[in-house]
Structures are given as structure tokens and as C-alpha cells.
Design a protein around this ligand. Structure first.
Ligand code: UDP
Length: 388
């Protein structure tokens, strides 16, 4: 089966990292079409996945855009859509991996008569998207032959926004457990390089954005014992520079300059996570899936996650991690202190998490689920063609 994947992003967020794993089995029979140049393209090339940047014009619609802004962008999209229609004739199906990709893919699939698959990585709720964007997204997704969602939480929001339940299949993100094997020497080296050898390191791995809640962790840190330090791993991917400024101001006003390190975007997540004593996920709005939570588990590091959205499907508090109320720094402080004081219990929880996550989220199982869904789709589409 030949697949044309489409993704709007030039930089790799969670949806893009997930796409790498999905596209890999189709390396010889796919193309990933991007709507922006950047480091995601380099990453795909590194994985030998064919990639082409289909436009160098930025698409102006944002998650909170109004109808008029959305319509204005349509004229801008016309050349891109024409290009995708032409390319897609050489493929069996179009697989849209992001919202803007869906807009282009849905129109292109109509003209090129190729089935459309939409992989929804978002929670389509008012907290994340304007009403206009939700309506457009759901109406276009309802034209797809299949909507793959990354959690029950994403499924529920999709249906509540008007999405057709019969199109939806839940497939969690997949991971390669063997990528998460680090040795003690390497881990100690990283801790030394960070000059945090004797500290209790709490790692936060996410782009810097208000809803990812780095400020909650900093507030919690202010009440923790002095050996607790925080590393913030990730960049302001989508123009959240004001938030970065706010974080620095918060750190200055709480006099935590020596206890918080900004490491920027990193490609060595498994090793960095293994070097942490605890990974904190602090999203203040429901997380659609939360790759970082599973990655922490696979690294063998205890994880505390904000109890909302997909995170509650991944973590059972006290069994394979900890859950804390979103936006509640006091509770987070208490969990950090528990992990600091009861190493034996938290290590046992982390080991259990590693064992179960290695099975539950193994990329081979996840890719098999996707392959079966796509095969079924191909069979249905052939039958329809034969009957028409
Ligand atoms: N990530 C990364 N480098 C960084 C920070 C984050 O590679 O410096 C990765 C992280 O390991 C995870 C992804 O970015 O795989 C974020 O996915 P998640 O589902 O947690 O959040 P999203 O970005 O999709 O909202």
C-alpha cells in the first residue's frame, strides 16, 4: 500500500514524532508531505523516510482563529491543494496527521478520489480550539474513511464536537523500548555535565507553553527542600516567547535561579529522563495523550502526571506512577517530597511502569494495529470500486 502522509509542521512535536514511527514500515512506499521546512524534515531524512516540503508559505490559521481568518487562508491554500491532488494520484491513500493537513487532505482526497485517514492527536475542546476550528475539523474529519485517535479522551471530545463515532479507532502512540536502555555510567556522566550529581532532579520535558504548566512545577519547587532542582527540557515551539519571559521572571522572584535549568530542545530524551529522579508532567488543560509520560516509564524514572485527559489512561496513581490535580502546585510539592523520602517505594513503582509500558506501548504492536486498520480500509475501498 502506498501512503501519502501530510503534516503541517516544520518542527517535531508529539504528533510528528509519532508519525515517524507510523511511516517507518512504509519507508519504501510513502511520502511525507510537509507544509513547512525545518528540523522535522531532517529527522525524517535521518530515518530514511521520503519527505518533501510542499510549500514554503506559512499557513496563517491558528487554533483560536475565527471563520473570516479561516476563509481568508483558503485562497492561500489553493496552490498547495492542487499540488497535493497531483501527488496523491500516485498513492493509495492520504493520511492527514494534523489539523491543517486535514483541510488540505480532505479537499485533495475529494478530487483525487483517494480514501482519507485522519490521525487526530488533539482534544477538540474549547480549551484547545476555537468553535470555528472545531466545526471545520469535525466536518472534514467526518468525510474521512477512518479517524485514528490517540486516546479515549480525544475520542470523547471528537464525538462531543459532532464527530461520527463509527469512524473512530483508538490507537495509542508506539515506542521502541530498546531505545530506553541506558547504563549507569552514561547516566552519571549526564548528571555530572549538568552539575547536578548530588541533587534530586525533577525533569519537565515539553515545549514551553502556558498549558504545559512549567510555571506550576516552579511554584511547587519553591516549597521543596533545597536539594530538589528542576530541568526544563524543550523549546518555545509555536511562538510562546512571552511565556518564556514569564517563567524567567517567576524564577527570579522566587529566587530559584540556581535550582532551575533551561536545556532547550534536546534529541537525547531517553538518557536525560533516565538521569532524572522524577519526571513531572504538569499540563493545566487535558493532555490528548502525553508521550512524555510513557517515555518516563520506559526510562525507568518515576513519573507524576496531571490527572486529566489521556494522562489518566496511562497512569494509575500509586501503581505505575503518580497523579496530581492539574494546576495544583501544593499537591505536586507533596508528591515530589514523597518520592524524595521513599526511594524504595518509588523505585518499585517505576520498575512496574517500565515493565507494563514496554508491552502496552510497544511500537510493533501499535504498528500492527494501524496496518490492520489500513488493510481493512483498502479492502473496503476496492469493494466499493468493484460495486460502482
Ligand atoms: N521532546 C523532545 N525534545 C525536547 C522536548 C520534548 O524530543 O526537548 C519530545 C518528547 O520526548 C515527546 C514529545 O516531544 O516525545 C512531546 O510529546 P507530548 O505528547 O508529550 O506533547 P505534545 O508536544 O504532543 O503536546
Amino acid at each position: 500500500m502506498k501512503i501519502l502522509f501530510l503534516d503541517q509542521s516544520g518542527k517535531p512535536g508529539g504528533a510528528e514524532l509519532c508519525l515517524i514511527d507510523i511511516a517507518k514500515p512504509y519507508q519504501k512506499n510513502c511520502l511525507v508531505g510537509l507544509f513547512a521546512d525545518g528540523s522535522f524534515k531532517d529527522l525524517l531524512e535521518k530515518h530514511d523516510i521520503p519527505v518533501e516540503v510542499l510549500t514554503n508559505q506559512a499557513i496563517q490559521v491558528k487554533k483560536e482563529s475565527s471563520l473570516s481568518q479561516g476563509l481568508a487562508s483558503m485562497t492561500q491554500l489553493a496552490p498547495l491543494i492542487a499540488k497535493v491532488v497531483k501527488i496523491s494520484r500516485n498513492y493509495d491513500l492520504i493520511y492527514a496527521n494534523t489539523q491543517k493537513a486535514l483541510v488540505v487532505a480532505a479537499i485533495a482526497s475529494f478530487f483525487s478520489r483517494r480514501p482519507l485517514v485522519f490521525h487526530l492527536h488533539d482534544i477538540l475542546s474549547a480549551e484547545h480550539f476555537s468553535k470555528t476550528n472545531r466545526t471545520i475539523s469535525v466536518n472534514l474529519a467526518n468525510r474521512a474513511s477512518l479517524v485514528i485517535v490517540n486516546s479515549q479522551a480525544s475520542k470523547k471530545a471528537f464525538i462531543e464536537a459532532g464527530g461520527k463515532a463509527e469512524l473512530v479507532e483508538i490507537v495509542y502512540n508506539g515506542f521502541e523500548p530498546q531505545k530506553y536502555i541506558n547504563n549507569r555510567i552514561e547516566i552519571n556522566q549526564v548528571r555530572k555535565q549538568l552539575e547536578l550529581e548530588d541533587k534530586f532532579i525533577v525533569g519537565h520535558f515539553s515545549r514551553l507553553a502556558p498549558w504545559k504548566g512549567q510555571h506550576i512545577l516552579i511554584e511547587a519547587l519553591a516549597k521543596c527542600p533545597p536539594e530538589v532542582t528542576v530541568i526544563l527540557v524543550g523549546d518555545a515551539l509555536f511562538g510562546e516567547q512571552d511565556y518564556v519571559k514569564q517563567l524567567h521572571q517567576q524564577i527570579d522572584s522566587l529566587q530559584l535561579q540556581n535550582r532551575v535549568k533551561f536545556l532547550g530542545f534536546r534529541n537525547d530524551i531517553p538518557l536525560l529522563m533516565a538521569a532524572c529522579n522524577l519526571v513531572a508532567h504538569t499540563s493545566t488543560s487535558p493532555e490528548p495523550f502525553g508521550r512524555v509520560i510513557v517515555e518516563a516509564m520506559l526510562s525507568g524514572t518515576p513519573v507524576v502526571a496531571a490527572a486529566s485527559g489521556g494522562a489518566v489512561e496511562l497512569v494509575e496513581s500509586g501503581v505505575n506512577g503518580f497523579l496530581s490535580t492539574p494546576g495544583n502546585p501544593q499537591e505536586l510539592t507533596e508528591i515530589i517530597e514523597t518520592c524524595l523520602s521513599d526511594k524504595q517505594k518509588t523505585d518499585a513503582i517505576a520498575q512496574k511502569a517500565k515493565d507494563s509500558a514496554s508491552q502496552r506501548f510497544h511500537v510493533a504492536n501499535i504498528n500492527q494495529q494501524i496496518a490492520l486498520l489500513l488493510q481493512q480500509l483498502a479492502v473496503n475501498s476496492e469493494q466499493r470500486t468493484a460495486n460502482s
